[in-house]
Ligand binder design. Structure first.
Ligand SMILES: Nc1ncnc2c1ncn2[C@@H]1O[C@H](COP(=O)(O)OP(=O)(O)OP(=O)(O)O)[C@@H](O)[C@H]1O
Ligand SMILES: [Mg+2]
Length: 236
């Protein structure tokens, strides 16, 4: 069984059913998500907005199968992720999902170029091909000159663009981006959103992006507003 491969079985790239996540913090419980029901179409560019602590990162982590729900279900391309084995989930993540985290999670002791090549190495992509792809993405992000520098030598915004380029290395069907433009000036932020939109509409990738920037959110197909772990409004 290979999620995201068998296109046509469902219109939805991802779907949550009564998704609930409760964190235990000492004696009390934090309801990070409560009965969230979202259907995300293949090729959709979706924004998730909401105040700090409303459950945005929790939702992204669950959709990316990095964490498990307390109750409810997550379907990726129609497949119930709770029924996949650990190995199947790991394969799903490395082949089909591109992550851009709130903290960039770059490997600081190696070059920018190497950071980009790593996800492709995991899949056994030949050296020449992965280098070509990495350089192409760096060019696209305006980082060609930075290929041989280390992430720690770059600005916050540059590191953020490296993280986005890395997420796109394996041509993911589903891109999950947590505040990918938080540290960027508005012009660069806009060009990143344009790039993500192109990815959706020209390559049928599905992109879910968390942002605090409502102007950027308005560039997407649909906006989901979260508050206190619940969907309070949808636009688009
Ligand atoms: N590992 C954890 N243990 C306990 N509580 C957690 C944990 N992770 C998140 N929470 C809590 O769950 C709630 C939702 O957190 P989440 O990180 O999803 O919010 P967010 O919308 O991404 O916020 P921000 O905009 O600040 O990134 C918050 O109340 C947070 O304190
Ligand atoms: Mg967050």
């Amino acid at each position: 069984m290979s999620p995201l491969k068998t296109a046509g079985e469902t219109r939805y790239a991802a779907e949550t059913v009564d998704l609930t996540k409760v964190y235990r913090s000492g004696a009390y419980k934090v309801y990070a998500l409560r009965n969230v029901n979202i259907k995300i179409r293949r090729g959709e560019f979706l924004a998730v907005v909401g105040p700090s602590g409303s459950g945005k990162s929790t939702l992204l982590n669950l959709l990316g199968t990095l964490d498990q729900p307390t109750s409810g279900r997550i379907l990726i391309d129609g497949f119930d992720t709770s029924k996949l084995s650990g190995g199947e989930l790991a394969r799903l993540r490395s082949r089909k999902i591109g992550f851009v985290f709130q903290a960039y999670n770059l490997i600081n002791r190696t070059s920018v170029l190497r950071n980009l090549e790593l996800p492709a190495m995991v899949l056994g992509v030949p050296a020449g091909e992965r280098r070509r792809r990495a350089l192409e993405l760096l060019e696209l992000m305006g980082l060609r000159q930075e290929a041989y520098r280390k992430p720690t030598e770059l600005s916050g915004g540059e590191q953020q663009r490296v993280a986005i380029a890395r997420a796109l290395m394996n041509n993911p069907a589903l891109v999950l981006a947590d505040e990918p433009t938080g540290n960027l000036d508005s012009k660069t932020g806009r060009s990143i959103f344009e790039l993500l939109r192109k990815l959706c509409h020209e390559q049928s990738a599905t992109v879910i992006v968390v942002t605090h920037n409502l102007e950027l959110a308005s560039m997407t197909d649909r906006i989901i507003h979260l508050r206190d772990g619940m969907v309070i409004r949808e636009e688009g």
